[in-house]
Design a protein around this ligand. Structure first.
Ligand code: SF4
Ligand code: SF4
Length: 98
C-alpha cells in the first residue's frame, strides 16, 4: 500500500490479465436421477443454453439438457451448479471458447 491507501504498483502487476476476447468454455454434467424438475437451472442459466428434456427419470421428473447447437455456449458461470437444490447438475471448466 502507498500513502493514499492504493495497492503498490508491484502488487497490481501480480493480477492475472485476461484478454477481453477470451471467454471461458464450460461443460455441463447432469445427473438425471437426482433431478426434481424445479426448473431453476434452465430458468436462470444466463446464456439460456438449458431446456427441459423429453426424458423422465424413475421418479417421473423431466431433467434438463443442453439445447441442440448450444454445446459450446456454456460460460462456466456456475449458476446451475449453485442453484440446483438436488446437486443434479454442475459445470466444469473446459478451456476457452474457440
Ligand atoms: S455454468 Fe452457467 S452458462 Fe453453463 S450451463 Fe450452468 S448456468 Fe448455464
Ligand atoms: S435445478 Fe436441479 S433439480 Fe432443478 S430442474 Fe435443474 S437439475 Fe433438476
Amino acid at each position: 500500500m502507498n500513502e493514499s491507501g492504493s495497492p503498490a504498483p508491484e502488487s497490481r502487476s501480480a493480477a492475472v490479465v485476461v484478454p477481453r476476447t477470451v471467454r471461458p468454455l464450460g461443460r455441463v454434467y447432469i445427473i438425471p436421477e437426482r433431478c426434481k424438475e424445479c426448473k431453476y437451472c434452465w430458468t436462470f442459466c444466463p446464456p439460456g443454453i438449458l431446456e427441459l428434456s423429453d426424458e423422465i427419470n424413475t421418479a417421473g421428473y423431466h431433467h434438463p439438457r443442453v439445447k441442440k447447437g448450444r454445446e459450446n455456449d456454456c460460460v462456466n458461470c456456475q449458476m446451475c451448479t449453485r442453484i440446483c437444490p438436488e446437486f443434479a447438475i454442475f459445470a466444469l471448466q473446459a478451456g476457452v471458447a474457440p
